[in-house]
Structure formats: structure tokens, C-alpha cells
Design a protein around this ligand. Sequence first.
Ligand code: GRF
Length: 208
Amino acid sequence: MMQVTKPGQLSLAVLASGRGSNFDAICAAIDRHDLNAEIKVLISNKKAAPVLQKAEQRGIKTFFINPGAYANREEYETELVKHLNGYQVDLVVLAGYMRLVGKTLLDAYKHKVVNIHPALLPAFIGLHAQKQAVEYGVKFSGCTVHMVDEGMDSGPIIMQAVVPVYQDDDEDSLAARILVEEHKIYAQSLQLFAEGRIWIDGRKVIIR
Ligand code: GRF
């Protein structure tokens, strides 16, 4: 069994591609002192991602790295890792980062890349998880904070939250209900890392 991070203030890198509501929620938790962390750097693969401006407004160092400018995932992630290494980060937090993470990044940050997925994994992996849940007809769905491995949404689960699915839900109404919980459990999960309480045992996360 291995402790993933020692207790103490966490240095975070955030990777994000879009609007950044989870980024906002993490920042708010830091501001409230519910999360003992500092976001050192935010990197986006989308030049127009609103999250870039949000981070700049908070005085966080930001980078846009264009995957299209690299021959393959390995070269792109080598560049990403080069940037991350300059900030001595404890964890790499994916917050709406719409790319599969490959070996290059995972080898550099073993057990230290975390993601949030808007479904109760292992159900409804991949894109449009909320739509998948509505169409499948499940009565409950939710969100999952997990460690990232080389599979799609398949890494060890850190925390989950459940919401009901109503008969008149559509993708948007369910996504909105799930998002409220995402914003709570992402910051809560990160705080467990800051407290040194996250241990990894094979494919299981143990909270001590
Ligand atoms: C969230 O629903 C998250 O679960 C998924 O992508 C969305 C990102 O939203 N991975 P935001 O950019 O954090 O608002």
C-alpha cells in the first residue's frame, strides 16, 4: 500500500479544455480554506477555452499547448511534462480536459493524475455520459473522481456522488444536477490528498 501524497499544502496543475466550472469550484474551495492547495499552473489544449481567462484573472500562470502542432501524443505530452516539471506539482488535475492521457504524462506523474467524470463509473465512460445515462434509463447517476490510467475513465476510484434521474430529464437537466455534486466532490477529494489520506492498493484507493 502506497501513500500518494504526504500531508501538506498541495501544489496543483490543472489541465482543462473548456468553461472551467470545476476549476472555479476548486478555486472557491481554496479561497474558503476548505482545500489546502495552490494552483501553480493551468494548461489548456484549446486556445479559446474560457478557463484560460478565468485562471489569468486569478493570477495563475497559464499556457495554451496546441496538440495539433505535435506529430503525435508522445511529443505533445513531452512538451506538457516539460511545462509541468517547471512547477513542482504534486497532482495534475484534469478538469474538463477533453483528451485521452497517454503513457508519457502518466509515467511522469504516476498515480498523480486525477479526473472527474460525470457518471458513476464504470458505467457510461467516454463522451456524453449524462446523455448515455438518460437514454439507458438508469434511475440514479452521478459523478466519479478517479485516478487516471491508460484506459478510458478506468482508473482507481477516489470518490463518487449519486443523484436521482427523473423521467422527464434530458441530457442538460441531468448534467446540471450532476455538476452541483462534481463541484463538491472534486475539492473534497483533493483535500484528502492534502491530508495525506489517499493510499493506493492495486486498483483500489484506500482513504485512511
Ligand atoms: C464536467 O462535466 C466534467 O465532469 C467533465 O467535463 C465537464 C467539465 O466542465 N469531465 P467544466 O469545464 O469543469 O465546467
